[in-house]
Design a protein around this ligand. Structure first.
Ligand SMILES: Nc1ncnc2c1ncn2[C@@H]1O[C@H](COP(=O)(O)OP(=O)(O)OP(=O)(O)O)[C@@H](O)[C@H]1O
Length: 593
């Protein structure tokens, strides 16, 4: 695809977005090695750097510590990997596997680990002597040990497993370590890995004011000091401590300038050290604007609690019927909710035209459906991740495990069925669409009692408009009639909604397995709802929510007290387990997404 600046045609809207995302310079002007630039163009199809790449690459090449903050889907992965590869391919004599690990990329999830690894493999195609590798929780330790013993030059890892190997794998050589990159730095900390990170930095001798390794090689580049990078679309005050202990006179790329400025030369930046130190204290997120893709269309839909499920599946049906070939991601707050909705959507049948038993029913949604959450087996997670990536048309139901960094091609729409809580998570969830210069829509479900959440998002510069729900519901030909021209003032009395809700409830009632899944999902939903913190606790108040209506949103007819009993039992069981395992409540809730 050509850039607008190179054509004589009038720029279209897509071209304008493209101009926002891409810089008007070439990869070679950033200072990257020519073979690497060729690699980016020929193997990866990257004609020009994105704005963040054009700004960050020269600064990272200069050896300075850097904080990189740019909107989701703007190419931050290559922005930090390319300079590392540039330096490593230049070492003389050539790096060998036996030299051990030179660069470490820390990521919060398995899927992101695999994704960064794949990008790295492509970048290294012409530099076969630089060995990439990844280690992550849930994988076979002894196989990882064997690979570490052979030597991995650039290692991508999740923090827990890395610490494990640092402590227990004697053959893991890291005395040559020069780079540590924290991708999605804020999320790594939010997941409760703060202590592990401090320990990792300590073991690796990469905490601030620690002397630099004397184990230098012959080349000049080899002697230069360690360099750490913190990267995310939402670097906020949560990373201040990590920045303080891991970064020395850092440069900040992409803070507070939505339209990025031209590249400042590293030499010049080096003279502004004091300014940089002052800027280092990142403020927000209570008031700061987050970087969101300019082309993203963000909507919200106000739905009464009891009709949430009916509305969700109706909207999904509408979207897939409007455009059969597309990808949609729906976010839920818990693993149980993902499992319930996945089973429901895989099995639920409905006739749009009649309620008669004899009528041939069809599967309500006929798209390929995937699920992804932290309670799934590693192998299944991997299959989903690869499967959803390669499909042209599919639906993914997931928790926040898929919110960060994942680059699924051509996702057209993000639905946040359960609200994300922190505005940062909102930003990352919607960031799975509208990547680079692509179009994308997002839809946030809110109950009438949750509408203040819009103001919370507004404080961060997130603008949302209302989704035309009644119009969409009116387009369904329920019972042989098209309601297009009729005006229905409320969702509750809508002739499409009521029979659908009844059919859902009847389906759950008739299927004991489904009922069990629904009850479990209900309990988890209430638990997650009560886990909101800080400012959000005033918006998502469980006492304001009618539990009977919540049950309806899982197509349960039971009275809340009945379901509530099993909830209490579950809560007691969970507390007992937590006590036995000695796990903190916070960690348990956050890590299992
Ligand atoms: N210069 C480029 N030209 C064309 N495509 C690019 C370029 N750089 C990156 N891409 C593509 O853009 C997409 C997004 O890149 P990447 O995943 O690195 O974004 P990100 O900024 O890390 O997003 P997130 O904040 O969600 O993690 C990927 O598909 C990548 O291959």
């Amino acid at each position: 695809m050509k850039m607008a600046a190179e054509t004589s045609e009038q720029p279209t809207e897509a071209d304008e977005n493209r101009n926002d995302v891409f810089a008007s310079c070439s990869f070679s002007s950033t200072g990257l090695n020519p073979t690497l630039c060729e690699q980016l163009k020929e193997r990866m199809g990257f004609e020009a750097p994105t704005q963040v790449q054009a700004r960050a690459i020269p600064v990272i090449l200069s050896g300075r510590h850097v904080l990189v903050n740019a909107a989701t889907g703007t190419g931050k992965t290559v922005a930090y990997l390319a300079p590392v590869v540039h330096h490593l391919q230049n070492y003389n004599p050539r790096i060998q596997r036996s030299d051990g690990t030179f660069a470490l990329v820390l990521v919060p999830t398995h899927e992101l680990c695999l994704q960064v690894y794949e990008v790295l493999q492509k970048l290294l195609h012409r530099f076969h002597w630089i060995v990439p590798g990844c280690i992550m929780g849930g994988e076979n330790r002894s196989k990882e040990k064997a690979r570490l013993r052979k030597g991995i030059t650039i290692l991508i890892a999740t923090p827990g497993r890395l610490l494990d190997h640092l402590k227990n794998t004697m053959s893991f050589l890291h005395t040559n370590l020069r780079w540590i990159i924290f991708d999605e730095a804020d999320r790594i900390l939010e997941l409760g890995f703060g202590k592990e990170i401090e320990e990792i930095l300590e073991i690796l001798g990469s905490r601030k004011h620690v002397s630099i390794s004397k184990n230098d090689a012959a080349s000049g580049v080899f002697k230069s000091q360690k360099q750490n990078l913190l990267v995310s679309a939402t670097l906020n005050e949560k990373v201040n401590h990590l920045a303080k202990i891991s970064l020395e006179n850092p440069i900040m790329v992409g803070f507070g300038d939505k339209k990025m400025q031209p590249i400042s030369s590293p030499e010049h930046s080096g003279s502004d050290r004091d300014d940089m130190e002052q800027q280092l204290k990142i403020t927000g997120p209570s008031t700061g604007d987050y970087n969101l893709p300019a082309q993203l269309i963000q909507k919200y839909v106000k739905v009464p609690c009891n009709l949430r499920l009916t509305v969700l599946i109706s909207i999904l049906k509408h979207l897939f019927e409007k455009e059969a070939s597309q990808k949609i991601v729906v976010f839920f707050s818990t693993c149980d909710a993902v499992d319930f909705h996945y089973s429901l959507l895989s099995e639920f049948q409905f006739s749009c035209y009649s309620q008669r038993e004899t009528e041939v029913k069809q599967k309500f949604l006929r798209c390929k459906t995937f699920r992804l959450h932290g309670n799934m087996k590693q192998e299944d997670r991997r299959t989903t991740f690869q499967g959803f990536r390669t499909q042209k048309s599919a639906l993914l139901l997931c928790t926040d495990v898929a919110a960060r960094g994942l680059d699924f091609p051509k996702v057209r729409c993000i639905i946040q069925y359960d609200s994300p809580g922190e505005a940062t998570e909102y930003v990352h969830r919607v960031g799975r669409t509208a990547r680079l210069d692509q179009r994308g829509d997002s839809l946030l479900f809110l109950q009438p009692v949750e509408m203040d959440y819009l103001q919370h998002l507004g404080k961060h510069g997130v603008p949302l408009t209302e989704y035309p729900l009644l119009k969409v519901l009116g387009s369904f030909p329920s019972y042989g009639k098209n309601h297009h021209n009729k005006k229905f003032v409320s969702i509750e009395s809508h002739p499409w909604v009521l029979p659908l809700q009844q059919a859902l409830e009847a389906f759950i009632l008739a299927e004991p397995n489904m009922k069990q899944l629904a009850q479990k999902a209900f309990c988890s939903w209430v638990r997650a709802y009560t886990a909101h913190r800080g400012e959000l606790k005033k918006i998502f108040v469980v006492k304001k929510v009618h539990l009977g209506h919540v049950a309806k949103s899982f197509a349960l007819r039971e009275q809340p007290s009945l379901v509530g009993k099993s909830f209490q039992n579950e809560t007691k069981k969970r507390k007992r387990n937590e006590k036995q395992k000695g796990l903190s409540k916070r960690r348990k809730v956050v890590r299992k997404t």
